[in-house]
Write a protein of this length. Structure first.
Length: 76
């Protein structure tokens, strides 16, 4: 597994609860869900380095068994 940095993030309680529900729906940890959201938005904005855009996004899209997660509806 690659090295990970940690930092404190202050979040509005309503946003945190929405992320908690979304991560539960997708059977991810909240940390994995936040990383998935950030990576997706960075990729959409063209700000994710190409090396990470290709391989790292697969990690958050896998279940704990390593199987790919089925696509889910977006909550927008």
């Amino acid at each position: 597994m690659s090295k990970r940095d940690s930092f404190l993030l202050r979040v509005d309680p309503q946003i945190l609860e929405a992320i908690r529900r979304w991560s539960d729906d997708e059977m991810r940890s909240m940390n994995a869900q936040i990383e998935y959201i950030l990576r997706s938005k960075l990729k959409d904005a063209g700000r994710l380095p190409q090396k990470q855009a290709a391989g790292a996004s697969d990690t958050a899209a896998q279940s704990t068994t390593g199987e790919p997660r089925p696509p889910t509806a977006t909550h927008e």
